[in-house]
Design a protein around this ligand. Structure first.
Ligand code: ASP
Length: 347
């Protein structure tokens, strides 16, 4: 029998739900969640890996479309409680909002020295052609992996379909193929083939300070996605959201958008009121470059902040995290343009 690397490692699994643990309900014809006992039953290989593992299962398991900041806080607290006693943490999670949870945790788990890896599957574990087995087994191997006595990947990641990605660089981009996720602006941290090949140069450095969690989040943000023909009514409906602290402006190409005077006025008024406007491109690959085109130069002058090459998921959760820390607006703006957890490429 071949056994996995790092035998004897202690892992903690948090089972939140998602397709991975769902089964077809013949009565309703829909997918409904089942318990972790059924998952273990479908992966007898877990016993062969030679790891010790304990788990916390959400009861009832949830479809990740119902994920919320309150549950991110719960996840951070569970990890904190068990941190000292385990080598790595695995979160079984629905794929729909997995990239949001991974991004949120990347900011909330400070000075992380152990892997926290989210995984799930496109087909339920009971299906013959399921991708769940490979995803769970390899995730466990990576969560257990050490080099010179230290965790191989001390960061929040997503493992799916043979790739390990940095969590806050990842996006669900396909609902049909087993390759559900991609990291358009950052290379994979590891690829699983015959061996697991770690790309050490892309993995975050080991922290120097002790692990802690920061569970303050502020949800007073909104999103304004631009399209040709957008009306002042639609723009104002978003910008005049009560209690608004920041808006993600989803723009075209390198961060460009319409230059109609009414739109520029709306943005200037919003920024003058102390609301942060973060420019993020609607493109998956590449970066905002304010001032590259005339159609974005005025945004810079008006005080719009560049989202660089952040994913939407990273932008949402980074704003929630930063807005809750009690910093002055100028400091939040400054930190938005800096990489805190490898979520953006600084120019
Ligand atoms: N709706 C499911 C969820 O996100 C989809 C999945 O798990 O892939 O919970």
């Amino acid at each position: 029998m071949s056994i996995a690397s790092s035998p004897g490692a202690k892992l903690f699994i948090i089972y939140t739900g998602g397709t991975i643990g769902m089964a077809f309900d013949d009565a309703t014809g829909t997918l409904v969640p089942m318990g972790f006992r059924e998952i273990k039953y479908h992966i007898p290989e877990l016993a062969k890996l030679g790891y010790e593992f304990d788990m916390h299962a959400f009861n009832p398991p949830m479809d990740s479309s119902n994920m919320s900041p309150e549950i991110w806080i719960e996840l951070a607290n569970i990890i904190y409680t068990h941190y000292a006693n385990y080598d790595g943490f695995i979160i079984l999670h629905g794929s729909d909002t997995m990239a949001f949870t991974a991004s949120a945790l990347s900011f909330m788990l400070e000075n992380l020295a152990k892997p926290v890896i989210l995984t799930g599957s496109q087909l339920p574990i009971g299906e013959i052609r399921t991708d769940a087995k490979e995803n769970i087994i390899t995730t466990m191997e990576i969560a257990a992996a050490k080099k010179n006595g230290k965790a191989r990947v001390p960061e929040v990641c997503i493992y799916f379909d043979y790739d390990l990605f940095r969590g806050n660089r990842t996006k669900k981009y396909n609902t049909e193929t087993f390759e559900a996720f991609n990291s358009f602006n950052y290379p994979s941290l590891a690829e699983a083939g015959i061996d697991i090949k770690y790309n050490d140069q892309f993995i975050l450095d080991y922290p120097r300070e002790p692990f802690q969690i920061n569970t303050r989040l502020n949800v007073n943000i909104a999103v304004l996605k631009m399209f040709p023909g957008i009306t002042p009514h639609a723009v104002n409906a978003v910008l005049q959201t009560p209690q608004l602290k920041a808006v993600i402006l989803e723009t075209f190409g390198n961060g460009n958008t319409i230059t109609a005077p009414w739109f520029i006025d709306c943005l200037k008024k919003t920024i003058d009121e102390g609301i942060i406007v973060l420019d993020r491109t609607q493109c998956d690959g590449g970066s905002v470059e304010l001032g590259r085109y005339e159609t974005s130069a005025y945004l810079k002058d008006a005080g719009v902040i560049s989202g660089h090459d952040m994913t939407f998921e990273a932008a949402v959760t980074k704003l929630m995290y930063l807005l809750a820390q009690g910093y002055p607006v100028e400091k939040v703006k400054q930190l938005l343009e800096i990489s805190l957890k490898g979520e953006l490429t600084e120019k």
